[in-house]
Design a protein around this ligand. Structure first.
Ligand SMILES: CC(C)(COP(=O)(O)OP(=O)(O)OC[C@H]1O[C@@H](n2cnc3c(N)ncnc32)[C@H](O)[C@@H]1OP(=O)(O)O)[C@@H](O)C(=O)NCCC(=O)NCCSC(=O)C[C@H](O)C(=O)O
Ligand SMILES: [Mg+2]
Length: 354
């Protein structure tokens, strides 16, 4: 393990200095597209301005015989497109696959200056991040890049979950993590074949009524992902990283998708993956605080002055802790409003009314 003194040293001569703090840009949705799919690729220029993050996916969901086409397609799209202030990410193939190395060897020299973040799937421990860290430093130095490419890990194996804290702290490049519920379910031998979401069999049942033991008893579906998501959020925050929920595979069930995204938002995640255009607006809605909540947060911040002491607002106690909660909401709203004029107007109107 590197000494803490060396943590922020470049890992190759000529590589850019690692960042000291992970930038928190609007990140409500990571929109996946397959660069080898002509229809999807054609939509990139029109989708890019609508999403916070656009991700060229090279891993799962791209057929084995389309891997090279996807990689080359991403180089072409990244070179030809002006993404404005939308972030460009890629998900490379896993480190043990026949394609992961060539993904990195091709993308960094060709379009490394345009890539903000590389998502690495199936990360199992700090050693995976160390490998990518050094290789990226070498490639960045060779390509003459001036800013480091950040790394995002998918938490999608039981071993990865067991090692989540050490993964989060493995490198100053670590930008964030996403939950990968499909691979994680397989790795853990969970008996769900869904991509995220609940399962009707995972429930608790109301106690029997002593006076009427045969009466029907209510059941309450439970959240299969709560434990992992909460662990991931804590590991990320402890290391200054951004946590994301991952994919919701039932594209037609927009209601359950919204519920899953909202649970993640409330628990601390900054965004989720959108796999289909229909999920973009869901993520935008869910991961932007409600105007009424923003107005309330600003009211509390104003009333709390220097942020110490206790006051009563509309019958609710406010103190040093609640003002911090309110700052989380207000600061997120400010950063999203700077990118989204409609949201800025909605926040201003709600604050005026409050
Ligand atoms: C899920 C899909 C296969 C559905 O595609 P399709 O059947 O074509 O849907 P539609 O007919 O409704 O599409 C309407 C039009 O929209 C275009 N489209 C579809 N998806 C996208 C997209 N993501 N970006 C841009 N454009 C998109 C279609 O081409 C249609 O266009 P047109 O005919 O011109 O109107 C498909 O959405 C898809 O493949 N999505 C991405 C899937 C993906 O990336 N999966 C991997 C991430 S999840 C994962 O890996 C699991 C995770 O790692 C874990 O372990 O949990
Ligand atoms: Mg996966």
């Amino acid at each position: 393990m590197r000494s803490p003194k060396d943590f922020f040293r470049p890992l190759a001569v000529g590589a850019p200095d690692p960042v000291r703090e992970i930038p928190f840009r609007p990140s409500r949705m990571i929109h996946f597209f397959d660069p080898s799919n002509e229809k999807m690729a054609a939509k990139v220029p029109s989708i890019a301005p609508k999403v916070d993050i656009l991700l060229g996916n090279l891993e799962d969901a791209v057929q084995a015989d389309r891997k090279e086409a996807a990689r080359n397609g991403l180089v072409e799209i990244a070179s030809a497109t002006d993404f404005g202030d939308t972030q460009l990410w890629t998900r490379v193939n896993s480190l043990d696959s026949p394609w992961g190395l060539d993904d990195l060897l091709t993308l960094v020299p060709a379009v490394g200056h345009k890539l903000d973040v590389i998502m690495v799937p199936k990360v199992e421990g700090a050693e995976d991040i160390h490998y990518v860290d050094r290789l990226l430093a070498q490639l960045e130095a060779k390509a003459g890049l001036e800013r480091p490419i950040l790394v995002h890990a998918i938490l999608e194996t039981a071993t990865g979950v067991a090692n989540v804290e050490e993964i989060a702290g493995a490198s100053p490049r670590m930008q964030g993590m996403s939950l990968g519920p499909a691979d994680l379910a397989a790795s853990r031998r969970m008996k769900t074949t869904r991509v995220g979401g609940g399962h009707p069999g995972y429930l608790v049942r109301q106690d029997p009524d002593a006076a009427n033991p045969e009466a029907p008893r209510a059941t309450y579906q439970q959240d299969l992902w709560h434990y992992t998501l909460a662990r991931m959020v804590d590991a990320c925050v402890a290391h200054g990283l951004l946590p994301f929920y991952g994919p919701f595979g039932d594209i037609r069930d927009t209601t359950a998708c919204e519920d899953q995204f909202r649970n993640a938002f409330l628990l601390g995640c900054v965004g989720a993956w959108s796999l289909h255009p229909v999920q973009i607006d869901i993520a935008k809605r869910v991961f932007s605080p409600e105007p009424a909540d923003v107005a309330w947060a600003r009211k509390v911040i104003d009333a709390m002055g220097d942020g110490t002491g206790a006051v009563m607002i509309d019958g609710k106690m406010q103190d040093d802790a609640t003002v911090k909660q309110c700052r989380v909401v207000a600061e997120l709203a400010d950063s999203l409003a700077a990118r989204d004029a409609d949201l800025a107007a909605a926040y201003a109107a709600a604050s005026k009314e409050a």
